[in-house]
Every structure is written in C-alpha cells, then in structure tokens.
Design a binder for this molecule. Structure first.
Ligand code: ATR
Length: 286
C-alpha cells in the first residue's frame, strides 16, 4: 500500500504489542474495503507521554491493551458508562471539538465481543450463565452479561475474590459444591485455565459439562481448548475464545468507521495469525 498525507491512522497501544493480531485483522479489513488507512503497533511503557502524543496526532482510532486498559482511564475526556462499570477501556474514539482540540472517549468492546459470539448460538436475555473467574476478563464479561439481562452466577478458585466480584455484579456466588447441582444455559470459562503451554488443564470437572447447553472459553490458544473438546463430546454447543477476540475487533471497526466491517476477512486474518503463532510457540497476546 502507499501511505500518503490522506492515510488515516489507527494503532494499538500496549506493552508488548508485537504479537498482537489486531493489526492483522484491521489492516485486512481496510485492504478488503479499499480504505486508505493503516493500523500500527504502538508499544510503550510510558503511557502518559505516549497518549499525549497520540492525542496531538491525527489518529482516528486506537486500541488499548495490556497493561494500559485501566491506567489510561483518568487520562481520557470521557468514558462510556459500561466501560466505567467494568473499570477498563480497550478502544479510544477521537472527535475534533468545535474549538479544534481533540476529544478522546474510552469504550470497552470486550464485553460486546463476548456477547456477540454467544448470541450467534443462544439468546442472552434471561439466559442463566455460570461465569468462572474473577479477574479482569470475568469482570468485563459479567457486567456485559448483566447489560443484556442474563442471569449470572459466579465461581472462582479464590472464593474471597469471587465473592467480591459477585457482590459488585449483584449476582449469586456459587461454591464448588453448589456448582455441581446447577443446570444452566451457559458456562463461560473466564480464567486462564487451559491456555498453552498448560493446554491439558480444564476449569471444571468434565462430567459436569452436560449440565450446560452452551460452553464458551475465552482462552484462544489452543484454538480448541480441552474444555471445548470435552463439551462438544458431551453434545454442548461450543463457542471458541477466538470469536470473542474477533468480535471485539469487529465492534471497534464499526465504531471507528461507522459501518460494518468485512467480518469473514477479519476472521481469516485472525485464525491464520493464531495458527502461525501457535505453531511457533509464541505466547498469546490480544
Ligand atoms: P484476566 O485479566 O485475563 O482475567 P487475571 O486477572 O490474572 O486474568 O485472572 C485470572 C483468573 O483465572 C482468576 O480468576 C484466577 O483465579 P484466582 O482468583 O483464584 O487467582 C483464575 N485462575 C488462574 N489459574 C487458575 C487455576 N489453575 N485454577 C483455577 N483458576 C485459575
């Protein structure tokens, strides 16, 4: 491609970002649509300085990833209400104000990506969901599920952390014993269990999986985790973590470009990138 003075600028702010697959997905979508735009990795450990620079440059949209998703929030002019509840932002939207200065709003599309991946196979309004985990991912998914009217139950290895998140989500916490007796619509693994290189691990006893209709894993390395394999074997409908990754990027593109992106093109770029990384044993990064 030829970059010139009209080329629109996008990027991903994080550290490290060299293995992020966001450039592959967004650039593939720009190429497919013939959009004069480029999406670049923006690795930095100096968030404040980097953000001031980005705000002073003609960026149209920027993704934010680990470790800056929380720390960037106080630097922004505004934060969308769901991102505020989640306490993390993964997308920046830039708008020129009347006085010519740039206004930057933070949004979280992780929960939108998870919900869309699930809604391809099951309606979420009124669905009962067991969410495993109490870290940043569980938090984003939990608030997102509440947003669309799902009934959330939470379980976590460390009970105190799980109880705390359950309180914030205003949902029930289930102990390991209580989990055994539940028959629910959806199970979501929002822990890191099953991620390469420990791909033999599973976050819930495989014999309990037939208690759920749909099983989703946020782990996308390997592409099909042990949890998803065992769930499919027991007749559950499965949702791969790579779909959440895809749809959070799809939603970013939609917000920045104000139109729907070529989803299949982004999906192909993502899966090819993930396969390449997993063949070369590169650790997964958003
Ligand atoms: P993220 O930001 O991706 O959510 P995190 O904040 O490090 O990552 O959270 C990781 C989650 O995976 C936590 O819920 C963690 O459980 P604890 O709160 O008990 O630490 C869970 N987790 C990690 N390893 C686990 C394991 N071996 N068994 C069960 N849960 C595990």
């Amino acid at each position: 491609m030829i970059i010139n003075g009209n080329t629109r600028l996008f990027g991903v702010l994080g550290n490290p970002v060299e293995h992020s697959l966001s450039p592959a997905m967004h650039n593939a979508a720009f190429r497919a649509r013939g959009v004069d735009a480029v999406y670049i990795p923006l690795a930095t450990s100096e968030l404040e300085t980097a953000f001031a620079g980005i705000k002073a440059l003609p960026f149209t949209g920027v993704s934010v990833t680990v470790p800056h998703k929380v720390a960037i929030m106080p630097l922004l002019d505004g934060v969308d209400p769901v991102a505020q509840k989640i306490g993390a932002v993964n997308t920046l939207l830039f708008k020129q104000r009347a006085d010519g200065r740039m206004q930057c709003t933070g949004v979280n599309t992780d929960w939108i990506g998870a919900n869309r991946a699930l809604e391809e196979v099951i309606p979420l309004k009124g669905a009962s969901v067991l969410l495993l985990g109490a870290g940043g991912s569980a938090r984003a998914l939990g608030f997102g599920l509440k947003e669309v009217g799902a009934q959330v139950f939470l379980h976590n290895r460390t009970e105190a952390k799980g109880q705390q998140l359950a309180e914030q989500l205003e949902c029930d916490y289930l102990t390991a014993d209580q989990v055994q007796d539940q028959r629910l619509d959806i199970l979501i693994n929002a822990t890191t269990v099953g991620m390469l290189p420990l791909a033999d691990a599973i976050p819930l006893d495989a014999d309990l999986l037939s208690n759920f209709q749909v099983v989703m894993d946020i782990v996308y390395a390997p592409l099909e985790t042990k949890l998803l394999k065992e769930a499919a074997h027991r007749g559950c409908t499965t949702v791969a973590g790579s779909n959440m990754l895809l749809y959070q990027a799809v939603e970013q593109w939609r917000l920045w470009m104000e139109e729907d992106p070529p989803v299949e093109v982004m999906h192909t770029a993502l899966i090819e990138g993930l396969k390449r990384q997993q063949e070369n044993q590169i650790p997964p990064v958003e």
